[in-house]
Write a protein that binds this ligand. Structure first.
Ligand SMILES: Cc1cc2nc3c(=O)[nH]c(=O)nc-3n(C[C@H](O)[C@H](O)[C@H](O)COP(=O)(O)OP(=O)(O)OC[C@H]3O[C@@H](n4cnc5c(N)ncnc54)[C@H](O)[C@@H]3O)c2cc1C
Length: 468
């Protein structure tokens, strides 16, 4: 093993930016900083322990399911492309320590074991999130897969090609779980989803999750709720063969784990950087780590401000990571940008069922001490008489007395999911449901009924709040 130290402010006296993590947040930050400052002013060193940079984990379910045929289609920018833009990208190199006092990071080459220290003037942490792995017998058996990285996706595809089994079990019914259920159906598997909660998609209220449950059953997916996985059974050759819960056993030729993630902040914690209640790094609005003038953090490793509840949350989404990276890169590059917070918008699908949410669920509103009213309406995606109109359910929460919009959840077929963006804009603007009723949304029979389903919900919510 060799140990070397590269000094800060090398020959030319230029500043050095070190980035830890080579995906959405890290490489967006590096790329934006490079746009603003050329190599003669700013040296950029980026460490990534994996094989890839700037890849879309979001696309993994569609690659595994066969909608996307090439792995490389999920790579937005390769290491070579980053290097060509003057970023010193150190692939397969893991940062193992941050020495805040001496402004340097310690890194280890994953393949050769070579170690080195690299000094920095500015540091960006973009280490992402770590998938939760169940601590139980059989969890590491062959045929048990996570889907966090492109390598995970490839290993799962290899298993699906090699085993050609019949039964697949997905553990976890969040958006990754339901998207993977679809992928496995597309691969011809009989799919069971085992879920600890009372209904799938715990990012929705249970009454809306129930609709997802019913639709999944209609798609031929066996949905098991209130189930705690206790162990995974294996064959004599160590391959998984069944998933066992407290009261049943489900045959499994392949198991996919989608039980959530935690911020990857071990390095940050060891370095004494401030973490919040959810384990994510705490930053200011410029994405600067609180109390550290030359350290920024973004993406799945940070907590974000929920603009509706006013509370910090950990939400692992690529859409936020890219925006964080853009803000960080702008600030590091000498400009000025802020990330004010999120309203909690997310959209996903299982086969032709679209699932969307923004803002607060009922339990979030209660936790934040808010009093609220709810309405749930049934409408259609197009004018009722227009071919292809499909049912859509919209649930809306509004604050009691003020009528401020608090949250919207939508479950339906084509055209349901992205309708939530209307509500996301209204939430961001702090609109009341009364104000929403007057929104000038587009209408023609192929796109919506004359009263869009979101406006129908807003009207009903406004009437309810008004009459109290
Ligand atoms: C299956 C799946 C589907 C998804 N679908 C969606 C979606 O539809 N919409 C959406 O908005 N989001 C989606 N996401 C979430 C999205 O992919 C993440 O929020 C996003 O990738 C976060 O970007 P990031 O840069 O913060 O972290 P990551 O993408 O996790 O990147 C962090 C990088 O840091 C590297 N790293 C960590 N520690 C070190 C270290 N010490 N040294 C060197 N390198 C290190 C890791 O190897 C990793 O490459 C999905 C995620 C998955 C897994």
């Amino acid at each position: 093993m060799s140990m070397s130290e590269s000094a800060r402010q090398g020959n030319s006296g230029r500043e050095r930016l070190v980035v830890i993590g080579g995906d959405a947040a890290g490489m967006s930050a590096a790329s934006q900083a490079r746009r603003l400052k050329g190599p003669d002013e700013l040296e950029i060193v980026a460490f990534e322990r994996g094989h890839f940079t700037s890849y879309s984990a979001c696309g993994i379910p569609y690659w595994v399911g066969g909608d996307v045929t090439e792995r490389d289609a999920l790579i937005a920018r390769t290491p070579e492309e980053h290097r060509a833009r003057g970023i010193d990208l150190r692939l397969r190199t893991e940062v193992t320590e941050i020495d805040v006092a001496r402004q340097r990071v310690h890194a280890r080459d994953v393949d050769s074991g070579a170690e080195s220290w690299t000094s920095y003037d500015k540091l960006v942490l973009a280490t992402g999130a770590r998938p939760i792995r169940p601590d139980m017998p059989g969890a590491d058996a062959e045929g048990v897969h996570g889907v966090q990285t492109l390598d995970d996706g490839q290993e799962l595809l290899d298993t699906l090609t090699r085993t050609r089994g019949r039964h697949a079990v997905v553990v976890g019914a969040g958006y990754i779980g339901v998207e993977m259920a679809e992928a496995l159906i597309n691969r011809g598997y009989l799919v069971t989803v085992v879920n600890r909660g009372s209904e799938p998609m715990s990012t929705l209220d249970p009454d809306m999750g129930r609709l997802v449950h019913e639709a999944m059953e209609g798609l031929g997916i066996t949905m098991v709720n209130d189930a705690e996985v206790t162990k995974l059974l294996t064959d004599d050759d160590g391959r998984v063969r069944a998933v066992v819960t407290q009261d049943a056993e489900y045959p499994a030729d392949v198991v996919v784990l989608g039980i959530g993630v935690r911020p990857e902040t071990g390095l940050a914690e060891a370095a004494g950087l401030p973490l919040g209640a959810h384990g994510g790094l705490l930053t200011d609005l410029a994405m600067r780590v609180r109390g550290h003038a030359n350290i920024w953090a973004g993406g799945d490793c940070v907590e974000v401000l929920d603009l509706v509840s006013g509370q910090e949350r950990h939400i692992a989404l690529g859409t936020h990571a890219n925006k964080h990276g853009q803000v960080i890169g702008t600030n590091v590059g000498g400009g000025y940008a802020t990330f004010p917070g999120v309203v909690g918008t997310a959209v996903s699908k299982v086969c032709d069922l679209e699932i969307a949410r923004t803002g607060l669920r009922e339990k979030d509103a209660r936790r934040a001490g808010l009093q609220y009213e709810t309405v749930t309406i049934e409408s259609t995606s197009r004018a009722g008489y227009y071919p292809g109109a499909s049912p859509m359910t919209v649930k809306m929460l509004a604050e009691r007395r003020t009528g401020r919009l608090l949250g919207v959840q939508i479950v339906g077929r084509e055209g349901a999911g992205k309708r939530v963006d209307i509500a996301a804009v209204a939430l961001t603007a702090g609109m009341t449901v009364e104000q929403m009723t007057a929104l000038d949304l587009g209408y023609a029979p192929p796109f919506s009924p004359v009263w869009d389903p979101v406006l129908v919900a807003a009207r009903k919510a406004a009437a309810k709040v008004r009459n109290l």
